[in-house]
Design a protein around this ligand. Structure first.
Ligand SMILES: [Fe+2]
Ligand SMILES: [Fe+2]
Length: 186
């Protein structure tokens, strides 16, 4: 970190550099990572979110049985939030000069989470809990990767991570409520 005086004298240099490479938009010279690598990583997260949106939507429509209404609402709410994550990631990829990969071909192989329909309500909740736990692990890894290299992406991923943790907690609570017993290891 430069001293305040040095920082001010750097301003001239910062102004000079800002006028170069205007086609790179928000990616300036002191961007700490490789924008291409960042875009590739974020596109994995995009695929994960697409799978999560689709799985929650399927569950919101197809859940059946006693007390499924409240659970369906929760599934639908999560589907909306996963879609917001998808939008945020796609916007960030665009800012980094990349293209969000929304091509349906190969989505499930690019995603970390799985598309599991589940046989019944409990199965569905379990599958969602598993998917959230996968998302949490991958987002936490990505937060560490971006660290100081790209604080904007890191902060964005931290916000998404916090919401995935809430989702996992919601699914855990539903599982305990509807399964009627503590969650046991398989
Ligand atoms: Fe998400
Ligand atoms: Fe989630």
């Amino acid at each position: 970190m430069s001293a305040p005086g040095e920082f001010l004298s750097d301003i001239k240099e910062i102004r000079r550099r800002a006028r170069q490479h205007l086609s790179e938009g928000a990616v300036t010279q002191n961007y700490g990572g490789k924008a291409k690598d960042a875009v590739a990583l974020l596109n994995h997260a995009v695929a994960t979110e697409i799978v999560c949106v689709l799985r929650y939507k399927f569950h919101a429509v197809c859940a059946t049985g006693i007390a499924s209404e409240a659970v369906k609402e929760e599934f639908a709410q999560h589907a909306k939030e996963e879609e917001q994550h998808l939008d945020l990631l796609a916007e960030r990829i665009n800012q980094l000069g990349g293209k969000p990969n929304l091509n349906p071909d190969g989505v499930s192989s690019r995603a970390a989470s799985e598309y599991a329909e589940g046989e019944n309500l409990i199965d569905m909740i379990k599958e969602d809990l598993v998917a959230e736990r996968i998302a949490i692990e991958t987002y936490r890894e990505m937060v560490r990767y971006f660290g100081d290299r790209d604080p904007t992406t890191r902060v964005l991923l931290e916000r998404i991570l916090a919401q995935e943790e809430e989702h996992a907690n919601d699914m855990h609570d539903l599982l305990v409520t509807h399964d009627g017993r503590p969650v046991l290891e398989k």
